[in-house]
Design a protein around this ligand. Sequence first.
Ligand code: PEP
Ligand code: MN
Length: 342
Amino acid sequence: MLVVMQSHATDEQVRSVCDKIESLGLKAHPIPGAGRTAIGITGNNGAIDLGILESMPGVIECIPVTKPYKLVSLDVKTEPTIVRIPIPSGDVLIGGPHLAMVAGPCAVETEEQTLAIAEQLQPTGVHLFRGGAYKPRTSPYSFQGLGLPGLKILEKVRKLYGFGIVTEAVDNESLDLVEEYADVIQIGARNMQNFSLLKRAGRAKKPVLLKRGMSATLDEFLMAAEYILSEGNYNVMLCERGVRTFSDFSRNTLDLAVIPAVKKRSHLPILVDPSHGTGKRHKVLPMSRAAVAAGADGLLVEVHHQPDKALSDGIQSILPSEYADLLSEVRAISSLLHRHLN
Ligand code: PEP
Ligand code: MN
């Protein structure tokens, strides 16, 4: 259910409607827009008595939202969400006209490795640095990440190079720490339907990057995002990272058609990860070009200064110099599309 407020409704009137909704045992989500505020209602299992809300001052109408996802839907908010990520060198914006780039190694392996990559990436102009301190690995015998010491290395990267940090939380315990150290909390493909983790991310004070599960439908993807918004965190970015298909030439099939499909249904920004999406470094540049051309709001790319020695995902990691070339091509494509690259 959505309560649409008049364009001149006062803050007081919006607050009274929210109070009324909460007094009915429901949750109110005021969503300010360019022209008017809408208030999403969640928590109702049955019908709500619309009469009470519709007669309140400042209310235009109540609209039932028929889609399974509500807060992520364009019904609730017609303008694209622009996520603002405050980092040491200013704010990074993602969504609407703004594109943002994220680059860095698959995993934080050692301080030397991470700082070397950060140092080589800094001149490219990328603002967000990625690197997993907690790694969800298929095999329990593979490198699992450094954990807290890895987060401390990322903190150093932030301090020395001014990058915003994007890093993954794999469970509620690591999310507490990631929330403290990172600028963006990543939820990985394997956890896209870890509902208790999604709810915890929804209570976090930092933006969330939600990766698509490797066999998730679009509805499942959007419903996972809905979990985060329904707990009050509206700063959510989606990320397409490839899905499993019968393709035998790439690790995953990068589903770029999901970008216009998301744009038709949701106001949330969507990034693309061409590294996990293809699994091979020679495919990263062409798929980056295609992703931006298809309307992606940013790219998440794995970069390593010594990919052949990487402890994870070396074969899909590109060199910092190759990343610089990728970035200049992406810059050219985005300006053609009248978009601003941070
Ligand atoms: C990652 O980005 O390091 C990662 C593990 O990706 P995904 O969750 O998409 O597999
Ligand atoms: Mn990886």
